[in-house]
Ligand binder design. Structure first.
Ligand code: SF4
Length: 196
């Protein structure tokens, strides 16, 4: 009986007081793995970020081709509906907690493609965004600054897009279905992801 009480106490400490949460947040911000998936022109900013000039590995940041092991999704430029389908499925494959940074005007408001029929104008209608960097195109320093901002938000617990996606799933799903048509996952995604 006393053992059971002790268990309850520890579980209360862990769940309610979140004893180790500051440590987890610190570790998360120091080991961000970026999903290797670039869109639009801004992807060209990634080589200087990853190589000697800015060397983002010194902050614990690494590109990773496997979405299930990724934490950070960079949307590096304009997104077409066809690409957005792949982005949504990839994002949903990532484990929580996960973070999204969009860079360049295009994913924010369509940018130079604002009147194009084939560019998604408000990315945050379809997936939650944690940090957005304006500009066309943002320089590597700006992208690095955006990643630092994500790290600050992870540490103070305000990088919560992954929670918002769960809580407002109906909203995001409705917008996705309006753009692609209902049942798009079954019709399209199954063609390239046989296990869905
Ligand atoms: S914001 Fe500019 S650089 Fe970025 S994707 Fe759009 S047109 Fe290209």
């Amino acid at each position: 009986m006393s053992e059971r009480k002790n268990d309850d106490f520890i579980s209360y400490e862990l769940q309610e007081f979140k004893l180790f949460e500051p440590l987890f947040r610190w570790a998360r911000k120091k080991s961000l793995w970026i999903v290797a998936f670039c869109t639009g022109c801004g992807g060209i900013e990634m080589p200087p970020l990853a190589t000697a000039r800015y060397d983002f590995e010194r902050f614990g940041i690494m590109p990773n081709p496997a979405p299930r092991m990724g934490d950070l999704f960079l949307i590096t430029g304009y997104v077409t509906p066809k690409t957005l389908k792949r982005i949504i499925i990839t994002y949903e494959m990532m484990q929580d907690p996960k973070y999204v940074l969009i860079h360049g005007s295009c994913p924010i408001n369509g940018g130079v493609y604002w009147d194009s029929y084939n560019v998604v104008k408000q990315f945050d209608k379809y997936l939650p965004v944690d940090v957005a960097i304006a500009g066309c195109m943002p320089r590597p320093e700006a992208v690095m600054d955006g990643i630092m901002e994500i790290m600050r938000k992870i540490e103070d617990g305000t990088a919560d897009g992954w929670k918002r996606y769960r809580e407002n799933y109906e909203y995001y799903r409705k917008n996705q279905d309006e753009l692609f048509g209902e049942g798009w996952r079954e019709k399209d995604a199954r063609r390239w992801l046989a296990w869905i």
